[in-house]
Write a protein that binds this ligand. Structure first.
Ligand SMILES: *[C@@H]1O[C@H](CO)[C@@H](O)[C@H](O)[C@H]1NC(C)=O
Ligand SMILES: *[C@@H]1O[C@H](CO)[C@@H](O)[C@H](O)[C@H]1NC(C)=O
Length: 278
């Protein structure tokens, strides 16, 4: 597995601001949990398998109403055009999952070398900030609270993010779909069964697919703890308001990305942004 490319351009002012914002967003879920010492998986039992969850930007960006530095939909021609990481989530075989297996301190500098790659492959598609482990509102980065429960396998948070990037590089769902002819389009519809079969043939596991208004929004791959593909738990429960079993019609779309903004990110923080983020 190749490590993420270290060849990211040095940060410009805007990129730096975005990086800082990203790091802050990443940090929040890790520090807001109960402060139990060290990497202790509180009183939740160890998880059974991982779920690599990927987001389709063409669908995710439809929700963008306004731009801010953290929203990858607003990067103009640099906005994501392939599936990006939503999370690598530990799950139980009974369809539930642990969350908020917290530790005391998040070392921001631990992931500083990954920020370029995270920004590209694991971007946020919203202006909201993370919810906490204490029932704050849900937003993109909130799900990293699941990352804290991965420690029995991946160790510290640097390794959580690095491992997730590597797993993402290994299972390139974008390539599989494109190679099978399922390319971004605002007019075509594709048979859901065909999309599932393409992934089954490539990775020998059945993906979960979640849709929003008939468009593919998420594709999830289930993996053993050694990251080989496996089937997902049978009674996987709806997560984040999306029921993977029923949210897709027989024919789905894979919307092309419609650039928002002009690639320049507004530097001023709008009042909307503030009310959404806090
Ligand atoms: C982790 O928690 C368990 C159960 O609460 C406790 O027995 C164990 O000693 C803790 N381990 C560490 C390293 O704190
Ligand atoms: C996945 O495959 C696509 C299409 O071949 C390619 O453009 C992209 O760079 C690949 N992504 C990663 C993360 O390797």
């Amino acid at each position: 597995m190749a490590p993420p490319s270290p060849s990211m351009a040095p940060p410009s002012g805007v990129a730096l601001l975005i990086s800082v914002t990203l790091v802050l967003l990443l940090v929040i879920p890790w520090v807001n949990g109960d402060a139990v010492g060290g990497w202790n998986v509180s009183n939740q039992r160890e998880f059974d398998y991982f779920k690599l969850t990927l987001l389709w930007p063409g669908t995710a960006c439809r929700r963008t109403r306004h731009c801010c530095p953290s929203n990858a939909c607003c990067r103009g021609s640099n906005s994501p055009e392939e599936f990006t990481i939503h999370g690598l989530w530990p799950d139980y075989n009974d369809g539930t999952w642990p969350a908020c297996c917290t530790r005391a301190n998040f070392e921001e500098k631990e992931i500083s070398t990954l920020v370029g790659a995270l920004r590209k492959y694991w971007p946020s598609y919203s202006c909201g900030s993370a919810s906490t482990c204490h029932g704050g509102k849900g937003s993109f980065w909130a799900h990293e609270k699941h990352g804290t429960c991965s420690s029995p396998v991946v160790g510290d948070e640097y390794n959580y993010f690095l491992t997730t990037l590597n797993v993402y590089f290994k299972y390139n769902v974008t390539r599989v779909l494109f190679d099978a002819g399922y390319v971004p389009s605002n007019t075509e519809k594709y048979p859901l069964g065909g999309v599932i079969t393409a992934i089954q043939n490539a990775f020998h596991t059945t993906p979960e697919i979640a849709c929003s208004n008939g468009a593919v929004e998420e594709i999830r791959l289930c993996l053993y703890k050694d990251f080989r593909p496996r089937e997902c738990a049978l009674q996987s429960t709806p997560r984040h308001g999306m029921n993977s079993r029923s949210s897709c019609p027989k024919y789905v779309s894979l919307p092309a990305y419609t650039p928002r903004g002009d690639g320049k990110v507004e530097m001023s923080v709008s009042s909307t942004y503030q009310s959404e983020s806090m």
